[in-house]
Write a protein of this length. Structure first.
Length: 291
């Protein structure tokens, strides 16, 4: 079976990292500083190796706490949902200016003769995406998908991402990368909502929300007869991708739809602040011109 979520996450994370590394490499060539590309490649390779090491270490540590399985699964899925949400908001805020910011950091490193500045920038970029991927894939595994399926689907995602990145930088073909990130953001928001609700499902099994007869623990509806989330293939797919539950409880529905409400409010506040900041900058520039 193929894990769409694993594929989608590794695809997006790899493209993010590859685009940034690609911008760094192209810019140092553009300003005739080809020697610096060696430092960028060193930082990239070290970042990949450290990410792989972190993945093994993370799985080893989790394997030693089997008696706390429900706690680990619950918290890991909540953490994945938070990181996914942060990643989506961060991309929406920085995607427009990321190229100019990277070029500014390169120029600053060259000006200060900080050879390791670019190396560290490449390293931290790859490491950040790598650690995020490890956390996300751990959350997917906790939701019930098989480890081998997650790994193979993730590798396919990485391969496709590298091909897309090569096309973007070297073929001259026009690819609407903004549209790609917008579409994947929507899918990941749906995934994050489901992951958050399922994390609370694990807490529910630990009796964190009162007795079984508490209204929060009551089942709202039952669709298990025709779309079981454990035995039906389509049901399992919906569960993995969108957090579908054939027997959702009130606490799961509150968390699920509450997440969308909170995210919408966050976007409204962030966009409003961004707009006010932009207007303030325009007014400041106009005052300077008038003076």
């Amino acid at each position: 079976m193929f894990s769409v979520v694993s594929f989608l996450i590794t695809l997006r994370e790899t493209i993010e990292a590859a685009l940034i590394i690609g911008i760094l490499l192209i810019y140092v060539i553009k300003i005739d500083k080809r020697k610096l590309s060696r430092d960028i490649w060193i930082g990239t390779i070290v970042g990949i190796l450290v990410s792989i090491g972190a993945a093994f270490a993370f799985n080893y540590l989790l394997g030693g706490f089997d008696q706390y399985e429900k706690y680990i699964e619950g918290f890991s899925m909540v953490m994945v949902a938070i990181f996914l949400t942060w990643m989506i908001i961060w991309m929406q805020l920085t995607s427009k200016n990321i190229k100019s910011k990277l070029e500014s950091r390169i120029n600053q490193s060259i000006k200060n003769e900080q050879r390791f500045g670019l190396m560290f920038l490449a390293f931290i970029t790859v490491l950040r995406e790598g650690i995020e991927t490890v956390l996300f894939l751990t959350g997917i595994e906790a939701s019930g998908e098989e480890g081998v399926t997650i790994l193979l689907s993730g590798l396919v995602g990485i391969l496709v991402a590298l091909i897309i990145t090569i096309i973007i930088f070297f073929s001259g073909k026009s690819i609407n990368i903004k549209l790609f990130f917008n579409i994947t953001s929507i899918l990941l928001v749906l995934f994050a909502a489901g992951m958050l609700a399922y994390g609370f499902h694990e807490f529910q099994e630990l009796n964190w929300f009162g007795a079984e007869n508490s209204w929060l623990n009551r089942i709202v509806w039952d669709t298990s007869t025709f779309l079981n989330d454990k035995t039906n293939e389509f049901g399992k797919f919906l569960r993995a991708l969108f957090g579908y539950q054939d027997k959702p409880t009130w606490i799961e529905l509150i968390v699920y739809f509450g997440y969308y409400l909170l995210l919408a409010l966050t976007f409204v506040i962030v966009k409003k602040k961004s707009k006010n900041k932009k207007n303030l900058m325009i007014k400041t520039e106009q005052r300077v011109e008038n003076v």
